[in-house]
Ligand binder design. Structure first.
Ligand code: B1M
Length: 222
């Protein structure tokens, strides 16, 4: 009988990949991500397996079954494995449709979600300047000015740091290029919070961050 969906080998590669991320096995994660891609599994399915793994890691941390060092090595494994996907997601456009500056808000060291959004934006032919993590509000505005960015992306993963996004919106309005749009996201961030702080857009995940960013600057999605 013929069945759609990933092959058994594909499914077990994704299970193995999820396991490798959960246990922080960086070499295994890279190898299995490569095998999954070489086996023609869609990049999105590979990404989803890794994201599920980080959810498991977070739940274990919350239940005091693992601690910060284990979260960190899991994140390092995911970071290394997502690098395999970047060339697949990267855009092949000639001139970028816009430039974006992106970073994680001040006080916050979580970078994987921000990296994924940066990857997706590059895939949509947006030139991305990545400021990294723990970025002060003024630096977003200064970088936007320096690079003539029409978009500023801000990520926050902690309820204790998301308030800093308001400072970024204010800094960009005060000292960024006129008309620059600020897009926010991250696990604790909601559309309501984004509205409250005066952001121009909110996206719950990397995929939707593309449409939200393009809509914010008036460019039609392809
Ligand atoms: Co931290 N951590 N962490 N952590 N960590 C969380 C976020 C937590 C939910 C874990 C938990 O308790 N269940 C919890 C936050 C609780 C809260 O505030 N509500 C937490 C905590 C408490 C902490 C510390 C305070 C722990 C401590 O020290 N006691 C500490 C804080 C350090 C700091 O930042 N100052 C800390 C540290 C760390 C590590 C450094 C060890 C490590 C990060 C390493 C790294 O990034 N290089 C880490 C990790 C790995 C996690 C979890 C397990 C995984 C995060 C992740 O990468 N997810 C996380 C638990 C969890 O998320 N379930 C947790 C995968 C990623 C693909 O998803 O980042 O949500 P995410 O991104 C998504 C969307 O949110 C969205 O799109 C992405 C793709 O779909 N998105 C955007 C993100 N940014 C966007 C921007 C956009 C649009 C969409 O537009 C610009």
């Amino acid at each position: 009988m013929l069945e759609g969906g990933p092959s058994r080998t594909g499914v077990s590669a994704l299970d193995g990949l999820q396991q490798a991320i959960e246990t922080g096995d960086r070499a295994g994660a890279v190898r299995l991500a490569r095998e999954a891609i070489d086996g023609n599994l869609p990049a999105q399915a590979v990404l989803d397996a890794m994201t599920v793994a980080m959810g498991v890691v977070g739940a274990r941390f919350q239940a005091n079954e693992i601690f910060v060092p284990e979260m960190l090595i899991a994140a390092r494994a995911m970071k290394a494995a997502t690098a395999i996907l970047e060339p697949l997601l990267a855009g092949a456009g000639i001139a970028p449709v816009a430039t974006a500056v992106i970073g994680t808000v001040h006080g916050d060291l979580h970078e994987i979600g921000k990296n994924l959004v940066a990857m997706m934006w590059k895939g949509a032919n947006i030139a991305v300047i990545d400021l990294g993590t723990d970025v002060p509000a003024a630096q977003f505005a200064a970088a936007a000015r320096e690079h003539g960015a029409r978009l500023v992306g801000v990520s926050a993963l902690l309820t204790t740091t998301m308030g800093g996004m308001r400072d970024v919106v204010e800094a960009v309005r005060a000292a960024g290029p006129p008309g620059t749009r600020v897009i926010v996201g991250g696990a604790p961030v909601t559309a309501g919070f984004a509205r409250e702080i005066g952001a121009d857009g909110y996206a719950p995940d990397g995929n939707s961050a593309v449409g939200v960013a393009l809509a914010a600057i008036g460019v039609a999605s392809r």
